[in-house]
Design a protein around this ligand. Sequence first.
Ligand code: PEP
Ligand code: MG
Length: 572
Amino acid sequence: MSSMIKGIAASAGIAIAKSFRLEHPDLTVEKQTISDKDAEIKRFEEAINQSKDELEVIKNRANEELGEDKAAIFSAHLLVLSDPELLNPIKDKISSESVNAEFALQEVANMFITMFEGMDNEYMAERAADIRDVTKRVLAHLLGVTISNPSMISEEVIIIAEDLTPSDTAQLNRKYVKGFTTDIGGRTSHSAIMARSMEIPAVVGTKAVTSTIQNGVMVIVDGLDGDVIVDPSEEVLAQYRQKKEQYEAQKAEWAKLKNEKTVTSDGEHVELAANIGTPEDVKGVLENGGEAIGLYRTEFLYMGRDQLPTEEEQFDAYKTVLEKMEGKPVVVRTLDIGGDKELPYLNLPKELNPFLGFRAIRLCLEEQDIFRTQLRALLRASTFGNLKIMFPMIATLDEFRQAKAILMEEKEKLVASGTAVSDSIEIGIMVEIPSTAVLADQFAKEVDFFSIGTNDLIQYTMAADRMNERVSYLYQPYSPSILRLVSMVIEAAHKEGKWAGMCGEMAGDTIAIPILLGLGLDEFSMSATSILPARTQIKKLSKAEIASNKEKILSMSTTEEVVEFIKANYMN
Ligand code: PEP
Ligand code: MG
């Protein structure tokens, strides 16, 4: 029997495929005293053998699908599972202390991990990562739970998950993952943002998909209207295939504007840029007629792996993006880790309020090795295109000054060592903390540009967690409070002859676009798939006419009033 689940439309498009449940099982281990030591050791050995069999299968598949390079990691894992130096101490612990296999495994593995990580040696850090991965696999067998591996999916599927971490999302293989749907999350959670840049249809915040959908069931994800249809009848399937075709036709219509500049009906040019998470996303930017990259979220380079990316790896990624963009502007944001973007290998303590905690520039100013490595990679890549650098989560001028001083120090060192560095890198900040928006007139004297990060600016202004669907009604981009802040930032920039862009999701929102145009925003950076619809919309609007209503809009008192006015005057 077909059924429909409602959620939040997070990434446009229609996907139809069989379901694949992505599970993150609880691997918490408790210490237990056991009476039959031999049986416990046997149970441990069985779990090792099951893990080996499983790894052999994964390794062979990885070899075929991803190549030898990627498969090598699984050979390393297999070696760990045959290493007596790891296995014997675990068995000894089971017999000498009469403890359960799970506990003995975790204790011994943790001891090796801590020891290897403390050696400050890349090779040993990799071994620690191997042991961590392998331990999880064996633990899952001992506990009788399943771990799913999204990177190994090899047929067309729709992912069903409670939540997808950004790192899960980064590992999804676009060839096979046709769509996804989650219980939790909102339009601005990072898995939703990534789905849009990967052009994978998605519906999030459904509250119900994991409790309703089993593995292998036919599912439709309607990312246009936010619906998930489970086990559709032939009739419903036909209906959605038609809707999919219509959407494709609409996309073809938009595509006609691909090579055009974005000019309003009264002849004003605004820049339509794209947000990306990985170098692979550049393809979609160019296909969708992006005039620039307004936000490269570099943190995804640090995710879905076990250790920090090296300077060389980063240099390659930045250079690739700059070269592919062929001289068009590329705004790279320095590492913005924290909030919902975790890096387990940094072993940072859990915080009560991660969105208000030790994150982004705060972390980079403290962990300067990490920051300086990234800045060097960026500076070295700067000669391959039109690079602009911006710092995330700036709350005070002092943070900006410190970050800029470190950047300048690294630049001087590179230049002194004979490395070419571009002389025209603009340095800007994200405006996503209300204190910075309010003080924009002061910041504007020192920065080259602003990029307004409304995803965070709205969550901090409204004090409403962007990940929490119960307070998602407070995500109100058209609230006059937000519009006034945005207007202040744009005016402050212009007063100092600087430009102001926006890279939060609001920049691609059809109701917000006319308002932002009237407020004088210079650059709109959005998911690549929103660019052509936005260009179509902007070409019909007169910037001067909307600007003449600026004071009227800013003096409205509610979101509803703003929406009503925009709909009545600037939508169709
Ligand atoms: C924002 O906060 O608006 C933004 C663009 O950054 P992120 O979504 O990565 O926090
Ligand atoms: Mg942000």
